[in-house]
Design a protein around this ligand. Structure first.
Ligand SMILES: NC(=O)c1ccc[n+]([C@@H]2O[C@H](COP(=O)([O-])OP(=O)(O)OC[C@H]3O[C@@H](n4cnc5c(N)ncnc54)[C@H](OP(=O)(O)O)[C@@H]3O)[C@@H](O)[C@H]2O)c1
Length: 311
């Protein structure tokens, strides 16, 4: 079925991979919503793609006209808790299908992850909103849980800091969480693009629920061993997640006068805890929807190739 898809927040890290998958694997038409002033050099020119400038993702005056005529809204916004305002505008414009900005840990299905302040105030708020609107039959939605982004996570050091990681982290040691030997579900940017295509194809089957996708399950130490087998020496810094979690709670539980930079650092710490701590939400085991969505599991050789890009 031909869709007209509006994407909010496509000029960031994930957007280009999703645009590329939608343009190469479907015949859908795409509108990129972007705030006036943002550089759009990462957006390709294509006859099926247009750019609509808006003032913000909350003000209806420019949002509603830009959203009118679309069948699907895909959100990639980093400010997860602010999404209900965008979705209100989508409903006002007649958009009935929503893919919210998830693409990470299992906030919907894991109560420990959901309780972490960063998710409680962000993705959980949006999920509660979507559930309520779906119950009133005002929209339908699908949450896409991907675990950590594998290639982007090595590029930025979130998954593993290797010599080819970007400038900011290259000098740093590779943080290894709780010994780093347990597997985590991870997905490449390209496979997330494929998963989005799959979700749109199977919408009626998946509507009002969550899907779990991975390119592979791997441990941090496994990635390091692959890098080391290619002749790279990686300096490691052991991180204890229980202590990190405690420190993060201390930074946010105060009288409201806490240092904002420390609060932001703590929020990022909670993301790390949610992703890597045992019992939290990023290992799907055998229960994932990758095949259904057209995402193949990586072979060992393919995983070595991804790691090899950063050694
Ligand atoms: N699992 C993982 O490892 C992982 C890693 C990274 C991200 N994620 C998730 O993937 C989704 C997409 O993330 P992303 O990294 O692509 O997002 P991003 O690059 O941080 O932001 C995407 C776009 O959102 C718009 N935007 C709106 N409000 C913003 C704000 N307050 N600050 C910055 N940008 C703002 C900007 O677009 P305009 O200027 O064009 O409006 C920006 O280019 C999010 O849900 C994120 O949490 C997961």
């Amino acid at each position: 079925m031909h869709e007209t898809i509006a994407i909010a927040g496509a000029t960031g890290n994930l957007g280009p991979a999703i645009i590329s998958a939608l343009l190469s694997q479907t015949t859908h038409t795409i509108t990129i919503l972007t705030r006036t002033g943002t550089l759009t050099a990462s957006i390709p020119s294509h006859p099926r793609l247009t750019i609509a400038h808006i003032t913000s993702y909350t003000e209806h005056a420019t949002l509603v006209p830009a959203l009118r005529g679309h069948t699907v809204l895909l959100s990639l916004l980093p400010d997860h808790g602010a999404q209900p305002a965008l979705f209100d505008a989508a409903m006002e414009a007649g958009v009935r299908r929503i893919v919210p900005s998830e693409f990470g840990v299992d906030v919907a299905g894991n109560i420990h992850v959901r309780a972490l302040p960063v998710f409680r105030a962000g993705k959980a708020v949006t999920q509660t909103y979507l559930k309520a609107k779906a119950a009133e039959d005002k929209l339908s939605y699908v949450l896409i849980c991907t675990g950590a982004f594998l290639d982007w996570g090595i590029e930025t050091g979130f998954v593993a800091t290797l010599p080819g990681s970007n400038e900011v982290v290259r000098e740093g040691k590779c943080k290894i969480y709780d010994g780093g030997e347990y597997e985590r579900s991870m997905t490449t940017l390209a496979d997330i693009g494929r998963a989005v295509v799959g979700v749109l194809e199977k919408w009626e089957e998946l509507r009002n629920g969550a899907v779990y996708v991975q390119s592979c399950a791997a441990s941090q130490m496994e990635l390091l061993r692959i890098a080391e087998a290619k002749g790279t020496r990686v300096e490691v810094e052991a991180v204890d997640l229980e202590s990190l979690e405690k420190k993060c709670y201390q930074a946010v539980e105060g009288d409201g006068s806490e240092d904002q930079a420390k609060v932001e650092e703590a929020m990022f710490g909670f993301v790390t805890v949610g992703c890597w701590k045992r019992g939290m939400g990023t290992f799907w085991g055998e229960r994932h929807d990758s095949e259904l969505l057209g995402v193949k599991q990586m072979t060992r050789k393919e995983l070595e190739e991804v790691v090899g890009r950063y050694v």
